[in-house]
Design a protein around this ligand. Structure first.
Ligand code: PLP
Length: 375
């Protein structure tokens, strides 16, 4: 704890994460969909929001299912969270040679082909059971059983082995958060045809990522949802789709003025001297740059100082940016890069749109040089 405070003192650029807002978003999406069970996707360090803190916050409100992409991400959670009566699903492709670790850490890999299962049963220690999730590729094109016969064959193999236990059957949608309804429908059709054809009971199914939970809850079985984005309070369809519900914002990104000076007419700022003062002008330097995930393309972006809007001027450098000011401000004045300040707010969606990308890419790109403060 003290360690964290010390880091913040030397590093006046930081991310604040509100675990109660994550809890609240979980409640909001459960209520909106009517889902009974939530698999919280906490891959990539919970989209940059902090996996261990997110797991703890959601465990507190009864969530017992989590999902990550890699064995290493899961191992960190198992090592740092003291309670262990919860499931961790591995969403990505895993090399079969690590089944011993998956068994030891009680992880449930997503499995997409029969040969993986056949090799796994040879490697699972005697007397141990590997819990698996059957991945069905209905159109995402990344991994999974890709026909009714493959689904059936894998399901039967799992049922017949006393070293394997089925704990889930799922698919992932490619167009849940954009407007390609035909492609979505096609995936839904494949899923139902294949699982019905293989006689897989619906208690295993989990279909809904955030986009499906928000915009397709009537079209699919919504008993169990598997969501990331909505927990972290952002719109996964930004900027194309509007949200049907209001979520709590979870994250803010702030920094403090490190240096203030007045540019004279004709004086420039940063690499390339791309910004030149047309009149005398106060500017401030902040200790944050593209190495923190404040992307190089953010020149011109809005920032908030004392409740009003200023802008990033000149090029973003690795460790520092320069912003415009309306007057001289003291060193250490707080500046909001994402979040609320007075009546003004910069959302992560606005930030992402300015960067010509999606909020997921922004939050996962914030580097470890930015301390995460949880309150
Ligand atoms: C990342 C991921 C999710 C979560 O997606 P969101 O759109 O953030 O809810 C769900 N399922 C799979 C397979 C994923 O890879």
């Amino acid at each position: 704890m003290n360690k964290k405070v010390d880091i913040l003192r030397t590093r006046p650029s930081w991310i604040t994460v509100d675990p109660e807002a994550i809890q609240e978003n979980a409640r909001i999406i459960m209520q909106y969909t009517g889902a009974k069970r939530l698999i919280a996707v906490v891959k990539a360090n919970a989209y940059g929001f902090g996996a261990v803190a997110t797991v703890k916050a959601l465990y507190e409100i009864g969530v017992r299912d989590f999902a990550v992409a890699t064995v290493a991400e899961a191992a960190i959670i198992r090592q740092e969270v003291t309670f262990d009566d919860f499931q961790i699903l591995l969403l990505g492709v895993q090399d079969v040679s690590f089944v011993d670790i998956m068994v030891a850490y009680h992880l449930s890999p997503a499995v997409g082909d029969l040969s993986w299962l056949q090799q796994a049963v040879q490697l699972i220690p005697d007397g141990k059971v590997l819990e698996v999730q059957l991945a069905i590729d209905t159109g995402m094109g990344r991994m999974g059983a890709h026909s009714q016969s493959q689904v059936k064959e894998m399901y039967e193999f799992i049922q017949s082995s006393d070293k394997l236990k089925l704990v889930g059957v799922f698919t992932h949608f490619a167009t849940a958060d954009d407007n390609n309804q035909n492609y979505y429908d096609h995936q839904v059709e494949n899923f139902y045809e294949w699982v019905h054809g293989a006689n897989i009971p619906d208690k295993y199914w989990h279909l809904a990522n955030s986009g499906s939970a928000l915009w397709h809850k009537k079209e699919i079985n919504i008993h169990m949802i598997r969501v990331g984005s909505v927990l972290y309070g952002f719109n996964p369809g930004a900027p194309e789709r509007d949200m049907p519900i209001k979520l709590k914002s979870v994250l803010s990104l702030r920094s403090r003025i490190g240096f203030v000076h007045e540019l004279q007419v004709g004086e420039s700022v940063s690499y390339g001297a791309t910004y030149t003062a047309q009149k005398p002008q106060w500017v401030a330097t902040l200790p944050i740059g593209y190495a923190d995930g404040y992307l190089r393309r953010m020149t011109g972006m809005r920032v908030l100082v004392a409740g009003h809007v200023e802008h990033v001027i000149g090029r973003v450098t690795m460790d520092q940016i320069v912003i415009s000011l309306d007057k001289k401000y003291p060193v250490n004045t707080e500046v909001t890069l994402i979040g609320q300040d007075g009546d003004e707010e910069i959302t992560i969606e606005e930030f992402a749109e300015y960067a010509k990308t999606i909020p997921h890419e922004i939050s996962t790109t914030f580097s470890s040089r930015l301390p995460r403060i949880y309150n």
